[in-house]
Every structure is written in structure tokens, then in C-alpha cells.
Design a protein around this ligand. Structure first.
Ligand SMILES: NC(=O)c1ccc[n+]([C@@H]2O[C@H](COP(=O)([O-])OP(=O)(O)OC[C@H]3O[C@@H](n4cnc5c(N)ncnc54)[C@H](OP(=O)(O)O)[C@@H]3O)[C@@H](O)[C@H]2O)c1
Length: 343
């Protein structure tokens, strides 16, 4: 490990920049850096010109937001990106050119074959010492792959069917405001505005996340399928997905149906999953995780584990996690944590 980190050249107290620091994910990164006590000699908070001058607390310091521009990465060792795809495409190369290792939350680089796509508990070894960009997976993918990996190692995956129930925070701060504003407008009999989503989200579920593609799938569903295959190293994994936006502020849930090569009882699945530190397993049928209970927590929570008698070796599971923490900011900072020399 020391050798590997030596090649990566990560300092024990790096200069860290957060691009998109004022957004839902970037702001949580700031909190996670503090909570995990990640050492740094300087922390830079970067956002649009509208946020320049805002002050954020970090340990006992107050840090002033600066504008995201090419010069902002000079001297930075690490750049945590929590911006749109377009901004990532523009500024990630500049951060790399300035000498930083980038951990990017957008989907701009995730499926490029040479770029590692990492959930540290699943495939940290995908990172090579020469890599300069590491991609953080989609939030629904992050909470799915540790469970799939554990089941695959135990019994071989034959087929996976995923249906997600994704909160509005997954679409950023404007989307959080939109659910709130629409709910208030409806109670006050005012007209609602629809901007962040293709339809009204208050009191509704929308079976479209991201754009629709030519084959009828949405881009979000495509990401869940392709990212899972890449992270698990199972290029031909039979997996399909339906991604649904639900009127919940925080937390994503997934109903997952898995068929395996060898039989596994629900009890065996519970035991296998319980061995993984990133998972919290609810073995009692009446005790299950929900979006309200995962908000602000770190573990990926798994419950409702039961046999599916409609197919051989089939199981149903219910997987819930905080999309902003393990689904985004926490996962990114955990990658950084493992790159630091003292890890
Ligand atoms: N939310 C999730 O659960 C989640 C999970 C995984 C991945 N992601 C991905 O993470 C990225 C960030 O998502 P988010 O939910 O945090 O979005 P967000 O809440 O909308 O935040 C966007 C950030 O980008 C900044 N920004 C916007 N326009 C800019 C500009 N022209 N120049 C510089 N900075 C600009 C914003 O700064 P201002 O405040 O100054 O506008 C803000 O800091 C996205 O690619 C998203 O797909 C999100």
C-alpha cells in the first residue's frame, strides 16, 4: 500500500479543492471531510460567481467561496468535483493539468474504459498509481453494487432486476426547492411551477430520471446498468433497471430481484451481507429501512430479504441509503481517505 501511495504521490496533508462546494453534494463533502477528520493544509471552496464571498465553517475556520475558474486549482493536490457534467468536462482537465488528482461526481467520465469507477469497499484496487481522474458512481449504483458483489461471490449472479425510488435531492438544490415550493403552492391553492422535473413532483411519482434515450430507457437506467457491470467487472451481467423519482426529500430506495446460479436462503443472504462493514442488514421481516430513517446515515441498509418463488434461485431485497452521503459525498471522501499515506 505504501508503495502504491508513493506512486500516487498523495501528500499526508494535501491542498484540497471542492468544485461545486455550495451545492447539495459539494456542501456534504465539506461536512464529511470534517467528520472523517481528513487532514489538509488548505481547503478551497469553488462555485459560481453568484456564491463568491459566502462563508462556510470548516473545523474552527471560516472559508470564503471563490469562483471556479482555471486558476483555482493551482497548487491543489486533490480536487473533489460536484458540478454538472458540462462543468466537469471543462474544469477536470484543468485541475489535472495543475497537478491535482480528481474525484468526480458527475457522469462525464464514469464509463470511459481507462477511468476507474470506484466504490472503495467493492473495487478500490481498480485505481492505478498513474490515474489522475477517479469517477464516483451514480447514487443508485453505489448502494446496489456492494450487495450484488457479496451475492455474486457467494452464489454467482444470473440476473438482476432493479426498480429505484429516488428522492429529489438526487437532482440538486433546485430540485429540493421545487418539491417544497410545489407542496406549499398546492396547499395554498396557487399555481405550481415545473422546472427541475419533466412533470409535477409533489404528490406524484415520475418514471423518468435524466433524459429518455432511443431504446426507451432513461439515461439514469442506462447508468445503473452499465456502471454496475463496470464496477463489478461483469461486462455481460444480465441486469435491467427502472428508475422512478418519488416526492421524498432525502434517500434513495431500490427494490432488487436477484437470480443466482446456486441456491441461497434469505437467512444465508442476511449472514453474507452482515459481514460487510458498509451494509446494515435488517433480518426481521417487520423491521425494514426507509428513506426517512436513512437520511444523514452512512450505511447502506438492506431489508425485506425474501424468497421469490416465481423463478429458481430468486430473491427479493429492499436497499436504502442516503444518496447524498454514501451515494455521493461520503463515497468520494472515502476514496480520498484511502489514497492518503496514513491509511
Ligand atoms: N445529488 C445527488 O444525490 C448526486 C449523487 C451523485 C452524483 N451527483 C452529481 O453531482 C453533481 C452535483 O450535484 P448536486 O446535486 O450537488 O448539484 P447542485 O446542488 O445543483 O450544485 C451544483 C454546484 O455547481 C455549482 N455551479 C453551478 N453553475 C456553475 C458555474 N457556472 N460555475 C461554477 N459553479 C457552478 C453551484 O454553485 P452555485 O451555488 O454558486 O450556483 C453548486 O455549487 C452532479 O453532476 C450530479 O449529477 C449528485
Amino acid at each position: 500500500m505504501g508503495d502504491f501511495l508513493g506512486k500516487m504521490g498523495m501528500k499526508s496533508k494535501p491542498v484540497i479543492a471542492i468544485a461545486g462546494a455550495t451545492g447539495v453534494v459539494g456542501n456534504e463533502m465539506l461536512a464529511v471531510l470534517e467528520q472523517l477528520n481528513i487532514p489538509c493544509s488548505e481547503l478551497r471552496l469553488l462555485a459560481s460567481k453568484d456564491s463568491v464571498g459566502e462563508l462556510y465553517k470548516f473545523h474552527s475556520d471560516e472559508i470564503r467561496v471563490e469562483q471556479l475558474d482555471g486558476a483555482a486549482f493551482e497548487g491543489a493536490d486533490v480536487a473533489l468535483f460536484a458540478t454538472s457534467n458540462d462543468l466537469a468536462r471543462e474544469f477536470v482537465p484543468l485541475a489535472v493539468e495543475a497537478g491535482a488528482v480528481v474525484i468526480d461526481n458527475s457522469s462525464a467520465f464514469r464509463l470511459q474504459p481507462e477511468i476507474p469507477l470506484v466504490v472503495p469497499e467493492v473495487n478500490f484496487e481498480a485505481i492505478k498509481s498513474s490515474d489522475r481522474i477517479i469517477a464516483n458512481p451514480n447514487c443508485s449504483t453505489i448502494q446496489l453494487v456492494p450487495v450484488l458483489q457479496a451475492i455474486h461471490q457467494a452464489a454467482g449472479l444470473r440476473r438482476v432486476v432493479v426498480t429505484t425510488f429516488q428522492s429529489v435531492s438526487g437532482a440538486g438544490k433546485a430540485a429540493l426547492d421545487e418539491l417544497w415550493d410545489q407542496t406549499l403552492a398546492i396547499f395554498n391553492q396557487r399555481e405550481i411551477k415545473i422546472e427541475a422535473f419533466p412533470h409535477q413532483i409533489a404528490f406524484n411519482c415520475i418514471p423518468q430520471i435524466d433524459v429518455l434515450m432511443d431504446d426507451g430507457y432513461t439515461r439514469e437506467e442506462f447508468k445503473i446498468i452499465q456502471e454496475s457491470r463496470k464496477i463489478l467487472g461483469l461486462a455481460n451481467l444480465k441486469i435491467t433497471a427502472t428508475a422512478v423519482r418519488v416526492p421524498v426529500f432525502h434517500g434513495h430506495a431500490g427494490s432488487v430481484n436477484v437470480e443466482t446460479e446456486k441456491p441461497l436462503s434469505p437467512k444465508e443472504v442476511s449472514e453474507i451481507l452482515s459481514k460487510r462493514s458498509e451494509l446494515a442488514v435488517f433480518s426481521e421481516a417487520a423491521d425494514y429501512p426507509m428513506q426517512l430513517s436513512v437520511a444523514g446515515t452512512d450505511a447502506i441498509q438492506v431489508g425485506r430479504i425474501r424468497r421469490d418463488d416465481s423463478a429458481p434461485n430468486a430473491l427479493n431485497l429492499w436497499i436504502v441509503a442516503d444518496n447524498i452521503r454514501k451515494g455521493a459525498a461520503l463515497n468520494a471522501v472515502q476514496i480520498l481517505q484511502r489514497l492518503l499515506p496514513q491509511h
